[in-house]
Design a binder for this molecule. Structure first.
Ligand code: SAH
Length: 498
C-alpha cells in the first residue's frame, strides 16, 4: 500500500493512454505525468486509491533513452504538449503501438500489425519538422504580477495563465503578434477580462495563418462591442509582423464578441475591423475560406497526407456515390468530389454546412450535396426515402472522439458500401466501432496512423474496411445542375428551420 505524500524511487515500465508513465510500488500501479518508460525517478504520491496511485515527478534519477530536452521552457507546466519530453521518433512509435494495442484489445483483431502501414519500423506517419505546425492559436490574455499584459496558455486543467513569448508548435509569426498585443494593451491601458468578476475587455487573441497562402487573421475576442484605438493595434501588429520577414499578408483583423460568463472561447458574433472577414487556404487543390468560427484542421501538412490516404482507401474510379459523414465544412467531401460521381455530406452544425456549400461554390464543385443534422438520423432517413439516389458505393466517416452512433453503424451495414473509410481521432472508439462492423459483414483491410498533433497524445487513424456482401451497383452520375443544386438547398433550408 503506497502512502500519500510519501516519496518513492520507481522505474517507469509503460505509458498510459493519457501519456503518463506507469511504474509500480509494492506491486501497485503508479501513474506519473512527465515520465517515460525507462526513467528511474523519485516521485511523490499525490493521490492514493485502492490498487492505484498517482505520483508527481520530483527528480529524474536515471533518464530513459526516449527522453529529450523540450524546446519550450514551459512544456511541463503548460497544458498543451504532454509529450514534448519524449523523443519525436519515440512519440511516433508510441502512437502506432497505441492503435495496434486497441485494435487488438477492443477491436478483436488478432494480428493488427499485419494490416498496419509502416509495419516494419512500427511508427505513425509524422512531420519532417515537428514544430511550428499549427495554423490556429488561441491565447488567453491576463495580467502578470506587475500588472502588465500577458498572453499565454492555461496551466494544465486550471485557469491560471502561463505567460508565453512564443509557442513552439504554432506558426512562428505568433511571437510577433503576442509582442504587439501586449505592448498595445499596456500603452493604451486597455482593460483585460477578469473571469471571476466578469469585467474587463480583452479575453483571448485568436490567430489563423493560411500555410499555403501566407494570409493572416487576428481576431480579438472581447467582452464588449469595440476596442478603443483599434487602428493603432492594427498598425502595431502590422509593423511587428513585417519584422518576421516571411511573406505574411495581414488580411483580416476582426473582433469576436463574447459577453457571456462562460468557458467557451468564442462568442457567436464576429465583425471585421480592417480587411476581409476570412482568410483562404488550400488542402490539395481545394480552396477554403476560413472565418474565425470555422472549423478547419489545425495541422495542414498532416491533414493533406491524411486526406490523401482516405482518398487512396476510397479507391474511386469515377462514378461512385460517396457519403462523407460528419463532414464539417466539407473538406473531405470536396477533396473526394473530383474523383467521385456524387458526394453526399452530412454534418450536425448548420453553420459548418453553410461553409461547406460556400466552399463547393468557391471551387465550382457541383457534384456534392450537403445535409444538416445528426448522421444517425439523416442518413437512415434519406436512405429509406430514396434508396436509388442515396445508395453508397463508398462511405467515409470522420466522427468526433465519441465515435459513431450505433444507429448509424446499423444503417451502414444495410447500405453495404463496397468500401468504408473510417477517419478517427480516437483509436479506442475506432476499435469499438470496428468490432461492431467486423461482426456485421465488414472486414478490416488497411490501417494507417498519423501524427496530427505532434507532442500531444492524440492520434489520428485512417482505416479501410470492405464489405463482404457489397452489392454491385450500377448508376449514372446525377448531374447537379444549377436548378437541382438550388432545389436541394431549399429543401435543406426547410429541414434546418424545422
Ligand atoms: N470531416 C471534417 C470534420 C470532422 S470533425 C474535417 O475533416 O474537416 C467531426 C465533425 O462531426 C464535427 O464537424 C462535428 O460538428 C460533427 N458531428 C458531431 N456529432 C455529429 C452527429 N451526430 N452527426 C453529424 N455530425 C456530427
Amino acid at each position: 500500500m503506497v502512502n500519500k505524500n510519501e516519496v518513492y524511487e520507481i522505474t517507469i515500465e509503460d505509458i498510459g493512454t493519457e501519456g503518463q508513465g506507469i511504474g509500480h510500488v509494492d506491486g501497485e500501479a503508479v501513474f506519473v505525468k512527465d515520465t517515460l518508460p525507462g526513467d528511474t525517478a523519485s516521485i511523490k504520491i499525490i493521490k492514493a486509491k485502492k490498487n492505484l496511485a498517482y505520483g508527481r515527478l520530483m527528480e529524474i534519477i536515471k533518464p530513459s533513452g526516449y527522453r529529450t530536452t523540450p524546446l519550450c521552457d514551459v512544456a511541463r507546466s503548460c497544458g498543451g504538449c504532454t509529450l514534448q519530453h519524449m523523443d519525436y521518433d519515440a512519440q511516433l512509435k508510441y502512437k502506432w503501438d497505441k492503435v495496434k494495442n486497441l485494435l487488438q484489445r477492443i477491436g478483436g483483431i488478432s494480428e493488427p500489425e499485419k494490416l498496419m502501414e509502416s509495419a516494419e519500423d512500427k511508427k505513425a506517419y509524422g512531420l519532417v519538422e515537428p514544430f511550428h505546425y499549427r495554423n490556429k492559436m488561441q491565447f488567453p490574455v491576463g495580467y502578470d504580477k506587475e500588472g502588465k499584459a500577458v498572453l499565454g496558455f492555461y496551466a494544465g486543467r486550471t485557469h491560471s495563465i502561463i505567460p508565453l513569448s512564443d509557442c513552439v508548435i504554432g506558426h512562428p509569426v505568433n511571437k510577433f503578434i503576442i509582442k504587439a498585443v501586449k505592448e498595445f494593451i499596456d500603452r493604451y491601458k486597455i482593460s483585460i477580462y477578469d473571469e471571476e468578476k466578469h469585467k474587463g475587455l480583452i479575453r483571448h487573441v485568436l490567430t489563423r495563418v493560411g500555410f499555403h497562402t501566407n494570409e493572416l487573421m487576428v481576431c480579438m475576442v472581447i467582452n464588449g462591442n469595440d476596442i478603443p484605438h483599434y487602428e493603432k493595434l492594427h498598425e502595431m501588429i502590422s509593423s511587428e509582423v513585417a519584422k518576421f520577414g516571411g511573406e505574411i499578408l495581414f488580411k483580416s483583423f476582426m473582433i469576436n464578441i463574447n459577453k457571456d460568463k462562460t468557458n467557451r472561447i468564442l462568442g457567436f458574433d464576429s465583425k471585421v475591423l480592417i480587411g476581409d472577414p476570412f482568410i483562404s487556404d488550400y488542402i490539395g487543390d481545394v480552396k477554403f475560406n476560413i472565418s474565425p468560427q470555422s472549423f478547419f484542421q489545425v495541422n495542414p501538412e498532416m491533414t493533406e497526407k491524411l486526406y490523401s490516404k482516405a482518398l487512396e482507401y476510397a479507391a474511386l474510379s469515377g462514378g461512385e456515390k460517396v457519403w462523407d459523414m460528419y463532414c464539417g465544412i466539407g473538406t473531405i467531401s470536396l477533396f473526394l468530389a473530383e474523383k467521385a460521381g456524387n458526394v453526399y455530406g452530412v454534418e450536425i452544425v448548420p453553420q459548418a454546412i453553410d461553409d461547406a456549400k460556400n466552399n463547393a461554390k468557391l471551387n465550382d464543385i457541383k457534384n456534392v450535396e450537403f445535409h444538416v443534422g445528426k448522421a444517425e438520423e439523416v442518413v437512415p432517413g434519406l436512405y429509406e426515402k430514396d434508396r436509388e439516389r442515396y445508395t453508397a458505393d463508398v462511405v467515409v466517416v470522420d466522427p468526433p472522439r465519441k465515435g459513431c452512433d450505433e444507429k448509424l453503424l446499423e444503417t451502414l451495414v444495410s447500405m453495404a458500401p463496397a468500401r468504408l473509410v473510417y477517419v478517427s481521432c480516437d483509436p479506442a472508439t475506432l476499435a469499438r466501432d470496428i468490432k461492431y462492423l467486423t461482426d456485421h459483414n465488414f472486414e478490416l483491410k488497411k490501417v494507417a496512423v498519423f501524427d496530427q498533433f505532434s507532442h500531444g497524445i492524440h492520434v489520428e487513424t485512417v482505416v479501410q474496411l470492405i464489405n463482404k456482401n457489397a452489392k454491385a451497383k450500377h448508376h449514372v452520375r446525377i448531374s447537379m445542375d444549377a436548378e437541382d443544386y438550388y432545389s436541394i438547398k431549399d429543401s435543406e433550408k426547410k429541414e434546418e428551420e424545422r
